[in-house]
Design a protein around this ligand. Sequence first.
Ligand code: ADP
Length: 611
Amino acid sequence: MNKVGFFRSIQLKFIIIYILLLLLAVQVIGSFFTQRLEEDLLDSFKSSISERVELLSYNLEQAFDRERSEEDEGPTLQDEIQQIVQDINTDNIATTVNVIDNQRRIIGTNKLNQEEELGKRTSMPIVQQALFFETSQKEDFWEAESESRVYVHVEPLIDSDGITVGVIYFQSSLDEVYGQVEDINSIFLQGSLLAISISAIVGILVARTITKPIMEMREQALIMANGDFTQKVNVYGKDEIGQLAETFNDLNSRLKHSYATIEEERRKLSSVLSNMSDGVIATDNNGSITLMNEAAGRLIGENPEEVIGDYLLDILQLEGKVIDLTELQDSGSMIIDFSDDDTPFLIRSNFSTVSDDEDEITGFITVISDVTEQEKVEQERRDFVSNVSHELRTPLTTMKSYIEALTDGAWEDKEIAPKFLHVAQNETDRMIRMVNDLLQLSKMDSDELPLHKERTDFVEYFHQVIDRFEMNTPEEITLIREIPKGQSLVWMDKDKMTQVLDNIISNAIKYSPEGGEIRMKLDIKRHYLLVSIEDQGMGIPYDKLEKVFERFYRADKARTRKLGGTGLGLAITKELVEAHHGKIWAKSKEGKGTTILFTLPLMSKKRRDMR
Ligand code: ADP
C-alpha cells in the first residue's frame, strides 16, 4: 500500500479545519468588534460635535439677542458672529462652520479663504430643512469633492423671542474616525494572521499526536499482513487512540496465537500427508485439484505440483465413467483399474465431501491406495474356497452315487459290490490325502510346520529314495540315475525332502508313457546342488509351466483326477523347497517330456567344519 500523500492526509485536514474554525471565530469576533467600535467612535464623535454645536449656538444666540442701536460703536452682529465662529478651535482643518441667517445667507464662516462667500445665499437642502422644521438636522455622506466621508450637523438658532434667526452649519470630516477604525482593523488583521499561523503550527502538532499512532498502527498492520507478529505499537495515552492501540496490540497477540496454531496444524497436516502411504487428493467444489500428496503422485504417476488445477476425473481416468463428482460421493469407494498390458495395478478410491457451516459443498477429498496385492490375495482366497469346495464335492458325489447303488441292491451282487466299495475307498483315500495336503499347506502358511534339519549327504540320500521307487515302479518305466560320486552335504529335513522327491518322481511316473524313461540327475555346483527329474510324458504347455506350482492347478483336469491327483502336490513341494532356501521350476516340451528342477544350498565350509 502506498504512503498517504500530505494533500490527502488527516494532518492537512486537521490543519484546514483548525484554520477554518479560527477564521470563522476571528471573522465573527472581528466583524462584531469593528462594527461596535465604529459605532462607538462615530457616536462619541457625533456627541462631541453636538456639544460644540450646543456651545456655539449658545454664544451665537447671545450675540443675536444683544440690543444694538444705530449709533452703537461696538462690533456689528456680523462681525461678532464672525468673531465667535473664528474663535472656534477647530483642530481639524476639514471642519467647516458656517452661520447662516434665516434668509439662508452665510453670515459667518471659520474658513478665512472663504470670506468672499459671506453674504451669499446657500441652497443646501439640509439648511432649508433645519430652517423649515426648526429642528437640528444631522447626516453623514460621501463628499466627492474632498473624497471623504463627512458629517454635517445643522442646528437652528432661536433667539429669546423664540424666532429662528438662523442655523449653524457644522461639517466635519469623518476621515479621522474611519482612519482609526482602519488602523484598528489592520492591527486586528495582523493579530488574526499571527493567530492563524500559530494555530496552523499548533494544528500540525496536535494532528501529529493523532496521526502518529495511526500511522504506526497502519505500518504494524502491514507487517502483520506479512505474517510477522513480533512487534507491537506504542500506546501514547489513555484516550480513544490509546485504547485503539491497546486493542490493536491485543488483536496482534490473538492473531499471533491463532497464526501459530494454524501454522502448527498445517505442519502436522503436511507431515501426516507426506508420510502417509495412502494418497490424498483435495479438490474444490468444481473438482479442480488443489492439493495432492507425494503418495498420490506416486500411485497415479503424476507430479503433485503439476496437477494443481487439473480435473480430478481426468487424473483418475474416470472421464466418461463418472459425469458428476457428487456421484462419487454416493458411491463411497470404488476400484479403478490402472493396469497396463504387463502389470496389473488396481487403486481403491474413497471419496468424501468437505462442507462449510451452511452445509454447502466446498470441495472433495479423495483417498487412494494400491489394492493390487490385496485384490489378488482376495481373488486367490475366493478361488481357493471354490476349488476346495469343488474338489471335495467331486469325490463325495461319486461316493454318494456308488453308496446309493449299493443301498439300492447292488450290495447283493458279489461282482459289483466289491468294485463299488473299492471306488468308494479310493475316493475316501483321495479326500483324506487332499485334506491332509490342505492341512499341511495351512500349517506351512502359518509357519506352524517345523523343519527338523540335519546334516545329510544328498548323494547317498538321493540313491536311497530312488532305490525305494525302483522297487515299486512298473517294469515298463526305466529310472536312470545321473548322480556323481562323492559326498555333498546339505542341511535339510529328510522327511520333508522325501516328500518333495516323492511328489516329483511320482508325478513323473504318473505322466510317463509306457516304456518311458525317467532321468534323475544331480549336479553339484559351487554353492548349491541342482536336482532334475526328467520324464518323457506328454509335457506341460509353456504358458502353464509356472502355474503347476499353484494350489489346485492341474494342466489336464480330467486326466489328473483320474490318476488320483489332488492338485496340491507341487504347491506343497514348492513351499518345502523354498523353506530349504532353494528354488524350483519346470521345463517342458509338449509331447516330449517334462523336467522339474530344484536347487538346494550346500552346507557352507564353516558349518561343515563345525560338525
Ligand atoms: P496332482 O496331484 O494333480 O499331480 P500336482 O501339484 O502334483 O498335482 O501337479 C499339478 C499339475 O501339474 C498336474 O495336474 C499335471 O497336470 C501337471 N504335472 C505335474 N507333473 C507333471 C509331469 N511330470 N508331466 C506332465 N504334467 C505334470
